[in-house]
Design a protein around this ligand. Structure first.
Ligand SMILES: Nc1nc2c(c(=O)[nH]1)N[C@@H](CN(C=O)c1ccc(C(=O)N[C@@H](CCC(=O)O)C(=O)O)cc1)CN2
Length: 290
């Protein structure tokens, strides 16, 4: 078997086009564009690229840009003040605090300053609660992008065995919840899971989000499985994911590449969330909510 590659750039393009149409409709209805505030603390090179791409894509989709750059040395109070100002600004529909923070600082308390209605990363406790209860709200971008990538070619999720490797708040945990809401039978594996390959080989749909370069090889994959690689690692050999793509391609039926798989979906879903946030905040407009 040679796996078919699932092209995230193609699906992301169609999500961005659909989002641009929704942004135009919102502006025509309300006289104001949806607005996205990106908050970047420090100079991490990868974060700078991601934030620059988010801002560029947002502008192209008709979303107003409210960027805040803070110095590496910013304390929690300084970051909190910026988030609170953005939270109170009616022109700002969505706010995201780019992660990680310098020095691996815990973003938990800062994220809670973002109102759930503006939480376009879906990371606040309130957003997590709405997701857990499958109620309308803003969902984390990478996991919702993965679901969209799986839905596009009609990969069946109802009753499918799905295994998520990784339990981060940004990807693994919300990924499992979203798959559960799609009626998959979901197993979560992580760094303490014993006999990982025994667990992952059950998967019809395997999501690799452990943050370990090349963790998933052919021995972890059931013949014919769909394998989604959420990892992105900069190595001397270039960008690699959590999956050893070339080796796994002989066993999987479908596979996401790195780059060009899940990454572009993260940004596309952020734009979609920003328009959804604007719709939720504006009383006369249609709130889609997810
Ligand atoms: N506040 C947040 N911080 C972080 C998130 C997030 O969703 N919210 N996710 C990641 C980084 N990330 C977005 O911020 C992100 C990562 C990768 C890509 C992407 O398009 N990757 C390309 C490769 C681009 C490259 O690195 O050269 C690809 O995979 O094709 C977009 C967004 C951590 N932080």
């Amino acid at each position: 078997m040679t796996a078919e590659l699932m092209d995230g750039r193609v699906v992301a393009k169609s999500v961005r086009a659909e989002t641009a149409r929704r942004a135009t409709a919102f502006r025509e209805r309300t006289g104001t564009a949806p607005g996205l505030a990106t908050v970047l603390v420090g100079e991490d090179p990868a974060s700078k690229v991601y934030v620059a791409n988010k801002r560029k894509s947002a502008t192209a989709a008709g979303i107003a840009d409210f960027h805040r750059q803070l110095p590496e040395t910013s304390g929690e109070e300084e970051i909190a003040e910026v988030l609170e100002t953005l939270a109170a600004d009616p022109a700002v529909s969505g706010i995201l605090l780019q992660l990680p923070l310098p020095g691996g600082a815990d973003p938990g308390d800062l994220i809670e300053l973002i109102p759930a209605t503006k939480d376009v990363d879906g990371l606040t406790t309130a957003s997590q609660g709405l997701l857990a209860r499958n109620q309308p709200g803003l969902r984390p971008c990478t996991p919702s992008g993965v679901v969209r990538l799986l839905q596009e070619p009609g990969i069946p999720l109802t009753g499918a065995e799905a295994v998520v490797v990784g339990r981060s708040e940004l990807v693994g945990r919300p990924m499992a919840q979203l798959l559960l809401h799609e009626d998959a039978t979901v197993t979560m594996a992580h760094s303490r899971t014993r006999n990982l390959a025994d667990v992952t080989r059950r998967a019809d749909v395997l999501i690799a989000a452990a943050g370990v370069p090349g963790l998933i090889g052919p021995q972890h994959v059931k013949e014919g499985a769909t394998v989604v690689d959420v990892g992105i690692h900069r190595t001397a050999a270039g960008l690699v994911g959590d999956v050893r793509t070339t080796e796994v391609a002989g066993r999987a039926s479908r596979l996401t590449p790195v780059p060009g798989g899940v990454g572009p979906m993260t940004i596309a879903m952020l734009l979609a969330n920003t328009v959804t946030a604007a719709e939720m905040q504006y009383p006369d407009s249609t709130a889609e909510g997810r």
